[in-house]
Design a protein around this ligand. Structure first.
Ligand code: TYM
Length: 331
């Protein structure tokens, strides 16, 4: 982190179940480049993962794997803070305080809460309901200016802003009001099997999602099987959600515009296009996987990065929390 007054970037990701191509293109891919311009803080949000029942040994392993993958994707601990949310207790404390400034009605309107409680009717716990407040605490603790996320987190970010504005309205300027930072393409990568649904790591159908650890053959196979639309033209359109999704992926990975892609595949069928998309994704992910294995193998380095990250994060978080406690009368 610099001593200059650079803007602050904060983002988080849940460690469970591995990362998908959606996570990568919608968010993580931007985390590296942002480090050159901003002071960046990135968190593995283990506490958020507890809203769904987890196996302890698996969770422990996946937290380390997530850290190694973020490093492999370009998060540089020399430039940024990388830490595990649960290692910095201030997140839970601010979350409780902010929950007293968040309305039941606001939380009830969160589409992710509605979707997830429908999906897991047997475990609609309090954490699932208050999850966006913890996310607000994550962001507001660091006086964050910019939050690089995919489109599915937009509603949660807006709630964080509303909470911060409300709090500042009562107590004066305590929190910076954060802005979202969304990629121009690929803010919402869809399932390869149902292009009307978001690509999600929890999808039971393996063919619906590309995991960052998938091997090259699996990547090509999944793209070959991707659901496309009627017709045979490679063209982005509302009535072609399957092809449009593949075009977004190809555009994000190759940097080509939709017009360039349409020209490249003029007169060629979906089959050829799908293989090209698969190959471009494979060629992007293979070098990341190699770095991932190297980072994962060096446990001491990984632990050192996370320990130092938590210390730095805690130092910054304490400053904000002290201010909050004083303002509301706890200190
Ligand atoms: P999570 O772990 O579900 O996802 C991590 C990031 O990946 C993005 N993403 C996608 N982007 C495009 N297409 C998709 N199919 C796709 N799926 C996921 C998400 O938008 C996200 O940016 N609550 C958050 C984690 C969090 C957080 C925070 C984020 C906790 N605290 C503070 C920012 C700031 C979550 O569950 O993301």
């Amino acid at each position: 982190m610099s001593e200059e007054n650079k803007k602050i970037v904060f983002s988080g990701i849940q460690p469970t179940g591995g990362f998908t191509l959606g996570n990568y293109l919608g968010a993580i891919r931007n985390w590296g480049p942002l480090q050159n311009e901003y002071d960046c803080i990135y968190s593995i949000v283990d506490l958020h993962s507890l809203t769904v029942r987890q196996d302890p040994a698996t969770l422990r392993r996946q937290i380390r794997e997530s850290a190694a993958m973020l490093l492999a994707c370009g998060v540089d601990p020399e430039k940024s803070i990388l830490f595990i949310q649960g290692d910095v207790h201030q997140h839970a404390e601010l979350s409780w305080i902010l929950s007293c400034y968040t309305q039941f009605g606001e939380l009830s309107r969160m589409t992710q809460f509605k979707d997830k409680s429908k999906k897991h009717p047997e475990n609609v716990n309090g954490g699932l309901f208050t999850y966006p407040v913890l996310m607000a605490a994550d962001i507001l603790l660091y006086q964050t200016d910019l939050v690089p996320i995919g489109a599915d987190q937009k509603q949660h970010l807006e709630l964080s802003r509303d909470i911060a504005i409300r709090f500042n309205g009562i107590y004066g300027d305590v929190f910076t009001i954060p802005e979202g930072y969304f990629p121009k393409v690929a803010a919402r990568i869809m399932s390869l099997q149902d292009p009307t649904a978001k690509m999600s790591k929890s999808d039971a159908n393996e063919n619906a999602k590309i995991m960052l650890t998938d091997d090259g053959d699996a990547i090509i196979r999944k793209f070959k099987r991707a659901v496309t639309d009627s017709g045979s033209e490679v063209r982005a359109a509302d009535d072609k959600p399957g092809v449009t999704n593949l075009m977004s992926i190809y555009s994000a990975v190759t940097g080509k515009s939709f017009e360039e892609i349409e020209r490249e595949f003029e007169g060629k069928g979906y089959g050829e296009f799908k293989i090209a998309v698969g190959e471009s994704v494979r060629d992007t992910l293979m070098p990341i996987q190699e770095k991932y294995r190297t980072y994962l193998a060096d446990k001491d380095q990984l632990n050192a990065v996370l320990k130092s990250g938590a210390e730095h994060a805690s130092y910054i978080a304490t400053k904000t929390l002290r201010k909050v406690r004083r303002k509301i009368g706890l200190d």
